[in-house]
Design a protein around this ligand. Structure first.
Ligand code: PLP
Length: 425
């Protein structure tokens, strides 16, 4: 590890939590150079929904390279890009009667959010974006302004303007939360906008995650999301859903907001959409808004990426029937029940379980404890990430394709680590 410590920037983060060098990976397991195998409950922070080195993707990618497919093309037309667009339209959009244009941009989530914010401002001629406490939308300045966490915001070096922060509408109130979440908060904001002397200008957009992932796994209620959408539309503002981490099948449906009666103006997607770990970001934009873009106005060298399109087509093959999504619901339920069992076992602690589908979390209410548990998990062969206020929430996002045996092993390791950490505290 000396090479990293000597040459790589001090900004490196996750490697401090997992101090080893990983050499190979398959589905829900990573193996380090010493040959130690780890169950992966982190899955590239939601990139590897279909596992490391997914067999379907690996085969398609090898074939693509062997046939000299076009890996990079800026945003020129290519066969693989057409395959991806057609497959996405047929598998995801058409069955839902969703009418959206697909916009590719620089391949990270933050760039998708930048593009969404920029378009909302351009279409409405307004500046303010309403964003939410604990929301996470990326690190570039526009998206960072919408991100709530002060550690990240403080690194900006310039004011992060043109965002109005509001409480998020959790379906279950977090222990000790005094932010005033819920539909009432939308009503209060509506009243402010209705008052010409409130000092609020009408916003360009409301930007929301249906499940806040990095913010600590807060699941929004359907009623709150519908109220936010209605307020947005009543004000002539856009309703943008950031589905970068919670989308692509994570919750047991393709979109985290499926079946909620929502009709967003823009949906931001990235992470899992490219499937294999090669990057891809894509916004779904309602055609009447999309026509406000001029050619190349939000340009980028990597707008769409050949390998990600190839792998992305294979990712979409998992949504042609209900098999994987049914499994996600079953495994997600099992994860939740296991975490609730941990809460019961340690009922003197104020632990709380939150999540949907295969994004489940246990809020330990204490960042130092969560850090110690994650360290013990790592030593015992489980990769798990912390998120939320002070890193007090352990988030479980294994590949959706994780075998039952690995899932059970990981859950058992977590239980043991929590017990040991509590004993040591
Ligand atoms: N939006 C959400 C909801 C995210 O979870 C993330 C990353 O975790 C981003 C945006 C930013 O994506 P990226 O890190 O690819 O820029």
């Amino acid at each position: 590890m000396d090479v990293f410590e000597k040459w790589e920037s001090d900004i490196r983060g996750y490697c401090r939590l997992y101090p080893t060098v990983f050499k190979s990976a398959s589905n829900a397991r990573q193996v380090d150079e010493a040959g130690k195998s780890y169950v992966d409950f982190f899955a590239g922070a939601g990139v590897l929904n279909f596992g490391h080195n997914n067999e379907r993707m690996k085969k398609a990618l090898i074939e693509f390279i062997q046939n000299d497919g076009v890996a990079h093309s800026l945003d020129m037309y290519t066969t693989v890009k057409r395959d991806f667009i057609q497959e996405f339209a047929q598998t995801i959009l058409e069955p839902r009667q969703m009418n959206y244009k697909m916009q590719f941009m620089g391949p990270t989530g933050t760039n998708a959010v930048e593009a969404a914010m920029k378009l909302a401002r351009k279409v409405t001629g307004r500046q303010t974006i309403v964003a939410y406490s604990h929301g996470f939308h990326g690190m570039t300045l526009g998206a960072l302004a919408a991100t709530a966490n002060s550690y990240f915001r403080n690194a900006a070096g310039v004011p992060l303007n043109h965002v109005l922060r509001q409480p998020f509408g959790c379906e279950t109130q977090c222990k000790g939360c005094t932010l005033g979440c819920g539909v009432d908060s939308v009503d209060r904001l509506r009243a402010l906008y209705a008052d010409p002397s409130s000092g609020l200008e009408p916003p360009a957009a409301f930007l929301v995650e249906a499940i806040q992932a990095e913010g600590g796994v807060h699941v929004a209620s359907k009623e709150w999301l519908q109220a936010v959408q209605k307020l947005a539309h009543d004000l002539g503002a856009m309703f943008i859903i950031d589905d970068i981490q919670a989308g692509c099948g994570r919750t047991g449906k393709y979109f985290s907001f499926d079946d909620m009666g929502l009709d967003p103006d823009i949906v931001t997607l990235a992470k899992g959409i490219g499937g294999f770990g090669t990057p891809l970001a894509m916004n779904l934009v309602r055609p009447e808004h999309d026509k406000h873009w001029g050619p190349g106005e939000h340009t980028g060298t990597f707008r769409g990426q050949g390998f990600s399109f190839v792998a992305g087509v294979q990712a979409l093959s998992y949504f042609k029937d209900n098999e994987l999504m049914t499994e996600v619901v079953t495994k997600g339920r099992e994860m939740k029940e296991h975490l609730q069992g941990i809460c019961t076992e340690h009922s003197a602690q104020a632990f709380q379980v939150r999540g949907k589908g295969m994004m489940q979390a246990i809020d330990l209410g204490d960042g130092a404890l969560a850090k110690d548990v994650a360290r013990r998990c790592f030593e015992a062969g489980l990769l798990i990430g912390a998120c939320g206020v002070g890193g007090r929430v352990l988030k479980l996002i294994p590949p959706l394709t994780i075998p039952n045996s690995d899932l059970h092993e990981g859950l058992a390791t977590l239980s043991k680590a929590i017990g040991e950490a509590l004993e040591a505290a």
